[in-house]
Design a protein around this ligand. Structure first.
Ligand SMILES: [Zn+2]
Length: 415
């Protein structure tokens, strides 16, 4: 029999756990370690950790999956009595080796959470021998634990809000990011006054009063809630959304030009135009040689579409420049848009004038639009990945794990 210290290391339990025996269970071909909490770790409420009198034996003996030992599956087995917590009532007692309500050890949970943010879904399930829906619950547990340990809402000064549609616009997520840490701090299903109000409720009045700057898209209802709840905050229109408006306007021009060409029987021309979407849409620095050639072709054969492209690119440049210089550039741009005679861009000019205060505040405060943009993009990817999770809360937990800084270190590797 190996010494207790060696087993403790191998099973991933700390000194609060007593190992009584380790056996091979031939029927399931797994190592099973009988364990119990040390005296001072016993009889604590599983939810709050406070000491409480015993209540009953609960489920009796039960097992927790621990990390495999080499290639062999491993379980920890112990009693799971309940205590009578003054606050939470009869609750399963805390155990030092696992999170509350978990079927897996703390190390097992952490390794699964780490893998989810670093590798493919199928690899996680195959390697860890768990179902994908179990991964959803594990991620939710790890994130809840991390958020209980460090309050994600402390010290917020500059935040960004965004609505993200998924399931083809049928469902929305509302998210909040911290512009200073670059982290996702909150997400909830739904996007309306009530959803956003719930976020500010979580913050509480004192912390709301400390917020100096809130960036969002130009939705009026967001502005209403922000004005009402964060009295000291300046509302900025997020640059990412402004660029998106320009991209939408450009797409409208491309469709019109294409329809015209089609109707007038220029089928070859129309076909070429149809294939131009990506060349117009991508940032010039990311264009392939073929897409560059397409742009050059547009410049030659369709000046309206090319001017629309330049208007969009100039606006994107302004958003990137920021500061006082960007304000002058924006004035020039608005004058250009007003006399461009491209309806979609004349309209865009109006929209920008209407939201000028928010856009100027965003440029002057030099807010990066990359944070909202990358969070937005990543959440769409995570949403596809979360397919098969049982609850939308698990998708939110996955997003927070990945973008909120809650991914744990691999067990045994922390510096
Ligand atoms: Zn309790």
């Amino acid at each position: 029999m190996l010494g207790a210290n060696v087993w403790r290391r191998m099973l991933g339990v700390d000194r609060a756990t007593v190992i009584e025996a380790v056996e091979l269970d031939e029927t399931i071909n797994a190592v099973v370690a009988d364990v119990r909490p040390r005296r001072d770790a016993k009889r604590r409420c599983g939810r709050c950790g406070r000491r409480a009198p015993g209540y009953d034996r609960g489920e009796g003996r039960r097992r927790w999956r621990a990390l495999d030992l080499g290639t062999v599956q491993c379980f920890l087995e112990a009693d799971s009595p309940r205590v009578a917590c003054p606050e939470h009532g009869p609750t399963v007692a805390q155990v030092p080796w696992a999170r509350h309500d978990a079927g897996h050890s703390r190390d097992f949970d952490d390794q699964v959470a780490w893998l989810v943010t670093h590798t493919a879904k199928s690899a996680v399930c195959e390697l860890m021998r768990v179902a994908w829906r179990t991964v959803g619950s594990i991620v939710a547990r790890v994130v809840a634990d991390g958020r209980a340990a460090h309050d994600p809402f402390d010290g917020l000064v500059r935040i960004g809000l965004d609505e993200i549609s998924y399931k083809r616009g049928h469902r929305y997520l509302m998210i909040a990011v911290d512009h200073d840490s670059g982290r996702l701090i909150w997400a909830a299903v739904g996007a309306n006054k009530r959803t956003l109000g719930a976020f500010f409720d979580l913050l509480g009045e004192e912390r709301c009063a400390k917020i100096r700057l809130v960036s969002a898209d130009a939705a009026e209802w967001i502005a209403d809630v922000v004005h009402e709840r964060c009295e000291n905050a300046t509302l900025c229109t997020d640059g990412f959304h402004v660029v998106q408006w320009a991209t939408d306007a450009l797409d409208e021009v491309r469709r019109d030009v294409w329809n015209e060409a089609r109707k007038s029987g220029m089928t070859g021309h129309a076909k070429e135009l149809k294939g131009c979407r990506y060349a117009l849409w991508k940032n010039p620095e990311d264009l392939t040689a073929g897409q560059e050639a397409k742009l050059a072709w547009i410049a030659k054969v369709n000046t309206t579409l090319y001017r629309a492209y330049l208007l969009k690119e100039q606006l994107r440049a302004i958003i990137r420049v920021k500061g006082v210089l960007a304000l002058t550039m924006l004035d020039d741009w608005l004058a250009w848009a007003a006399r461009c005679r491209i309806p979609a861009f004349v309209e865009l000019g109006r929209k920008i004038r209407k939201n000028l205060a928010g856009i100027e505040a965003s440029l002057l405060n030099k807010l990066s639009n990359a944070l909202i943009e990358s969070t937005n993009t990543k959440l769409r990817v995570l949403h596809r990945m979360a397919f098969g999770f049982q609850k939308p809360e698990h998708l939110i937990a996955l997003a927070l794990l990945d973008r909120g800084g809650y991914c744990p270190d691999l067990p045994g590797r922390a510096a």
